[in-house]
Design a protein. Structure first.
Length: 402
């Protein structure tokens, strides 16, 4: 069995860059070290904060710039900010109005993805733009809902694009166009495949031997597609029987295996994969059922939040990924976005708390806690150059952890 490794979506990354949702490899892990973990002696410092518009898009950081995607009035706006100060460097905007099935207009949901020379953004209405990284000038635009006859889902389009091999790949969700790859330079369609509706999970690219595979956790389940040709390699139905449900956690690649997790009575599944086929190792709804955030690996264990935010049942949990065995649970922790860094973890809870804890498979060991945002934090945090970036529906903060 060849060892599997996630592809870097952006070439020539600096060690401190966080170019997309869940970081360099879309697995929630940062390579940075030598952080400050003594929060009693030296509490996390607020470097800067900024009032922002609505939305739930995370904030990638590349080359000393952070990228904020939000809604103000009737415009979706992408801003490049100085990552150290929050000062605006450039702005790109386009007209946008949206109402989800519950009457809310919360702005864009999908995190921008930063490539070598362009930033890709996908709005709640299906507007996909490629923007010049240096200037913010528009490169090209497609609307994936209109062009591919896709449904907007309960809460609008929220799957972040992935950039690989000169392509921007999105979970569009149309018939014959579940996944669509566009040429990053021109916006021209390269390939399309699949009939599944779109989910709120973001696709990842992984390499099995010499084969690069796009993995998408769609509305219906897992879809594996060859990166170069768009050929479907395998699929697996995996979703709740309840219509009012979503798949949102990003697929995790773990030493020749793929881990999926969802809430709504679905649960988790571990699959063995050789790049051509998949085989179930274990599955249940008792180990780690994540509603929207993605668990993060440390050695042989996964750390993430089990349960549902809307039912206030979110709890932090550690499981053994090879077996699904639950090692411990921290009740009433709340749902949270988790980042693994410097051999430990930081999490931003839905209640706006920044929490540090050990990568300890034997027990929950908290290192520190601080309130940094208001309630209802859904955007996944990012980490770059010793600083954590997190947002709620009204404020973006930059917090120093060095």
């Amino acid at each position: 069995m060849p060892r599997i490794a996630a592809l870097l979506a952006v070439p020539l990354l600096l060690a401190a860059d966080w170019p997309q949702i869940l970081g360099p490899n879309r697995d929630g892990r940062s390579p940075e070290t030598k952080l400050n973990w003594d929060w009693i002696a030296k509490p996390p410092a607020m470097v800067w904060s900024k009032s922002i518009g609505s939305g739930w898009a995370g904030v990638p950081v590349v080359g000393g710039k952070s990228f904020l995607f939000h809604r103000i009035d009737d415009e979706d706006i992408l801003e490049a900010l100085d990552a150290a100060t929050g000062e605006r460097l450039w702005k790109f905007a386009y007209p946008a109005k949206y109402r989800d099935d519950f009457g809310f207009d919360d702005g864009p949901r999908a995190t921008p993805t930063v490539g070598k020379d362009a930033v890709c953004i996908l709005g709640a209405n299906g507007d996909l733009h490629a923007v010049e990284l240096r200037t913010g000038a528009k490169r090209w635009h497609r609307n994936v809902l209109k062009e591919y006859g896709a449904d907007k889902g309960f809460f609008g389009v929220a799957s972040s694009p992935v950039i690989a091999d000169g392509k921007a790949i999105v979970n569009a969700g149309g018939k014959g166009a579940c996944l669509v790859a566009f040429d990053l330079a021109s916006g021209k369609e390269v390939w399309k495949v699949g009939d599944d509706a779109a989910s709120y999970s973001s696709p990842v690219v992984a390499k099995f031997g010499e084969r690069s595979v796009v993995l998408a956790f769609t509305r219906a389940g897992l879809l594996g597609v060859a990166l170069d040709s768009g050929t479907k390699l395998f699929d697996l139905p995996w979703r709740s029987r309840i219509d009012a449900s979503v798949n949102a956690s990003v697929p995790l690649v773990l030493d020749g295996h793929i881990f999926l997790t969802s809430s709504y009575g679905t649960g988790a599944i571990l699959l063995k994969c050789d790049g051509k086929s998949i085989e179930e190792i274990w599955s249940n709804d008792k180990s780690l059922s994540c509603q929207y955030a993605t668990p993060v690996r440390a050695g042989d264990h996964l750390f993430g939040t089990d349960g549902r935010a809307d039912f206030n049942t979110g709890r932090l949990r550690c499981i053994e990924w090879k077996t699904g065995a639950v090692k411990w649970s921290k009740e009433r922790f709340g749902c949270a976005g988790v980042i693994g860094v410097d051999g430990k973890f930081v999490a931003v809870t839905e209640a706006g708390e920044l929490v540090a804890f050990e990568a300890n498979a034997e027990k929950y060991a908290e290192l520190g806690r601080a309130t940094i945002l208001g309630e209802k934090v859904r955007a996944i945090p990012s980490f770059a150059d010793g600083r954590l970036y997190a947002r709620d529906g009204a404020k973006l903060v930059c917090v120093a952890l060095k």
